[in-house]
Design a protein around this ligand. Sequence first.
Ligand code: FES
Length: 136
Amino acid sequence: MTVIGQLSSVIVRSYHGSVEDFVKAAKLDDIPPGRMIGVRIGDEEVALYNVGGRIYATRDVCTHQYFPLSKGELRGCVVTCALHQWRYDVTTGANLERPEIHVRRYEVRVDGPSVLVRLVPLPPPEPPKFVSRDDA
Ligand code: FES
């Protein structure tokens, strides 16, 4: 394999990850629909959310003053921090009031009764597209 081939295989692997990169984070039964829990994986605090039967993971740290998001409230796909009510879309990590801010997200897999998380941050959300009144 050429150097470029080896390099591209490393890049593809680092983005998509491998099965070994996922670690067990929780039991699926511990996160019923509409609920969230906080777990510790190594040195990282992770919040797991069940949004309509699909599991999402973010860092369990509000970007404002570092309060655990899992202590807040989950409504639909929006978690509201209990301390000062900053809100995040857990499916994208985007802060709903401050588009330039996001919370780190992680890839999740469900394997039978287990929820697995890969502790490599997913790309940040797309910045919002602003529409000029001239475009409306
Ligand atoms: S610490 Fe979360 S809103 Fe202030």
